[in-house]
Design a protein. Structure first.
Length: 321
């Protein structure tokens, strides 16, 4: 069975051969560890296939991972002060509600990158100003949402036209939560943002696409809502949601692509990481499926821990068979 077949069967609870697993390595980690990381990956061909050590450009950094500033097509400015790590929006170009009335969506195809809906609102307005908008509910809030959603609808239709219908995964990324809560609370999220995701995701279903949604932060209490919107695979973080809450809201109901606990990876040893991954598989996994697992490795994760993560994923992806 291919990796793609396993992903589909796990999503549909149709007994995949293996739990789909993956490891993402930030450019800053590649720059720091270089061939040593490739040597680890080469020891786990079941996860990474054939790895040719030394052929990778370990210094290659592009996009938001490159240092400096650049202006997004929407007009806000990103800044990066740590090459190989992600940028942050430093200058917001819609700082007042009056500016919302002058905002025009770009006329270029920028796609729907990470932060395409909710996050784009505070990229434009600034986080504090957007939270005041959600608290006070001025007409400019819905106006701003409509502008961003309208652009996303257009971009989705363009992607449908380019790729054509048929079964495939459509990947969306929007970090909805903070560490311990939704920033605007569940009620206002459902009032203002749920209709946006529903419109986009239902359109994906109309053309036969499956919806994979990545979302960092606390989101467990709206995962049933996201399922209603059309999410087929949800990618939440372990630490911000808690395993108990994810089991409660997801197990047997929606496929979870679990983001392992990045906040523990630099500070524990291999045995603790093995136990962490084993617990996640035993609590969220079933022989029928419903679980993918991913790990993100930054430059602060020791090499022995990277090895331990790969070994544990290789061991437990068979779901204790």
């Amino acid at each position: 069975m291919s990796a793609q077949e396993d992903r589909v069967k796990a999503m549909k609870f149709q007994h995949p051969e293996f739990i789909p697993v993956g490891v993402g390595i930030l450019p800053a980690a590649w720059k720091l560890h270089r061939e040593k990381l490739d040597e680890i990956l080469a020891r786990h061909p079941a996860l990474f296939g054939e790895v040719k050590i030394g052929e990778r450009d370990y210094d290659k950094v592009s996009g938001l991972y490159a240092t400096g500033r650049h202006v997004d097509p929407w007009g806000y400015t990103w800044e990066n002060i740590a090459e190989g790590m992600d940028s942050y929006p430093a200058v917001h170009n819609v700082p007042t509600r009056a500016d919302v009335h002058k905002l025009k969506a770009p006329e270029v195809h920028d796609g729907m990158p990470h932060g395409f809906m909710y996050m784009r609102l505070f990229y434009l307005r600034g986080f504090e100003e957007l939270m005041l908008d959600f608290a006070e509910e001025p007409p400019e809030l819905q106006m701003l949402i409509d502008i961003v959603l309208g652009y996303n609808v257009t971009e989705l239709e363009y992607k449908i036209e380019q790729q054509g219908p048929g079964e495939k995964f459509m990947y969306f990324g929007d970090d909805l939560g903070m560490q311990h809560a939704l920033p605007m609370g569940p009620y206002k999220w459902r009032k203002y943002l749920k209709p946006c995701y529903r419109k986009l995701y239902q359109r994906c279903h109309e053309v036969g696409w499956w919806v994979y949604m990545h979302t960092d932060g606390h989101c467990w209490e709206i995962i049933p809502d996201l399922k209603e919107c059309g999410v087929d695979v949800i990618n939440p973080q372990f630490r911000a949601n808690g395993l108990d809450n994810l089991v409660l809201t997801c197990k047997g109901s929606i496929c979870v692509s679990l983001d392992l606990d990045r906040q523990m990876m630099p500070f524990v040893g291999p045995a603790e990481l093995d136990a962490h991954i084993r617990e996640c598989v035993s609590r969220l996994g079933t022989p029928e499926g419903g679980l993918w697992i991913s790990a993100e490795v930054g430059p602060d994760v020791p090499l022995e821990n990277v090895e331990a993560i790969c070994a544990a994923l290789e061991k437990y992806r068979a779901y204790f068979r």
